[in-house]
Design a protein around this ligand. Structure first.
Ligand SMILES: Nc1ncnc2c1ncn2[C@@H]1O[C@H](COP(=O)(O)OP(=O)(O)O)[C@@H](O)[C@H]1O
Ligand SMILES: [Mg+2]
Length: 300
């Protein structure tokens, strides 16, 4: 959908444009004949070791979001760099922890095997430590993921989210696509306790993959799941989600748990395991807790 938050290159301030010859390491799923895992590993190496050059700043972001180029060993890519120093303080999350939460979300996504979050690393940069994430050039899919409809019920292929005021006393039904890429993201969000899954944080890539971004406000120990993806609330989890959750439960006992421990508090890491166990126990998508606004507004 045309989300105002999805800022194309022309909305950058001070941008010098992108290098037309840049290595599009962002197309992680589409590399011809290449092992997808290797492509991701190469991207992580490039992001971690590459020289970072700031090219512009994303307008209208709540935190400092810098659009950069990263270059290493003859390879280049575009990326975002969010320095910890540019994080806006929040009342409910400890200061200076958003970058680590973004990296934690990437690691959880990788452990599901679904690759829902662009490669993301924690590193030093021109404005100090921050998160660096591969830039995904959002494609105009021709497929809408979210819509507001006049009808009382969503049409075929759509799931209802909420009936909302749209001005002048009128209401409309907010719906999202009944799309397996979104249902996977709904599972990831339940696991990471994402407090900000809105339209602008969904990036459809040219290769048909759908990425989720902006996971700075996640992993709280309280239930803060705030998302547009409630269309499956309380429905049974599909087999692929149960399998991914089992993989996660095992990974949390080992390397994933250890790496999350470097990024989150031990209570937050324990809460991840609890949420995974609870999802496996109920076998259902979560429902809104009722303790917290469940829908980000505006939804884009
Ligand atoms: N990895 C990425 N690929 C492409 N665009 C991105 C990426 N990360 C952020 N953006 C763009 O930057 C905007 C602001 O980034 P976001 O992560 O939402 O920051 P904030 O924490 O300030 O809300 C996004 O809405 C999107 O347009
Ligand atoms: Mg954002």
């Amino acid at each position: 959908m045309p989300a105002p938050e999805r800022v194309p290159a022309r909305s950058l301030t001070g941008a010098t444009g992108t290098d037309g010859g840049a290595d599009r390491t962002g197309d992680t799923g589409a590399a011809d004949g290449q092992d997808a895992a290797q492509v991701v590993q190469d991207a992580v190496e490039l992001l971690t070791r590459g020289e970072l050059t700031v090219r512009g700043q994303l307008r209208d972001a709540s935190n400092a979001v810098l659009y950069c180029e990263v270059e290493y060993d003859g390879r280049k890519a575009e990326c975002v760099y969010k320095p910890v120093a540019g994080e806006r303080p929040l009342w409910d999350f400890p200061d200076g922890t958003l970058a680590e939460r973004e990296v934690a979300a990437y690691l959880v996504s990788e452990a599901t095997g679904w690759g829902l979050v662009p490669p993301t690393v924690l590193r030093d940069g021109p404005y100090g430590e921050g998160m660096v994430q591969l830039w995904i050039e959002a494609a105009d899919e021709g497929v809408e993921l979210l819509a507001l409809v006049e009808e009382a019920e969503p049409g075929p292929g759509w799931k209802p989210v909420v009936r909302a005021e749209v001005g002048e006393g009128r209401t409309a039904l907010l719906v999202h696509a009944d799309d397996p890429r979104l249902s996977r993201l709904a599972v990831l969000d339940a696991v990471i306790n994402n407090a900000d899954r809105k339209g602008g944080h969904l990036l459809p890539a040219p290769d048909g993959r759908l990425y989720g971004i902006d996971h700075g406000i996640a992993f709280h120990t309280d239930d803060k799941l705030r998302t547009l993806l409630w269309g499956w609330a309380d429905e049974p989890l599909p087999d692929e989600a149960v399998a991914a959750l089992r993989r996660l439960a095992a990974a949390l006992e080992g390397e994933l748990g250890r790496r999350l421990g470097e990024l989150l508090t031990s209570a937050e890491v324990a809460a991840v395991s609890t949420r995974v166990a609870e999802l496996l126990r109920t076998g259902r998508y979560p429902r809104p807790s009722g303790q917290w606004p469940a829908i980000p507004w505006p939804p884009v």
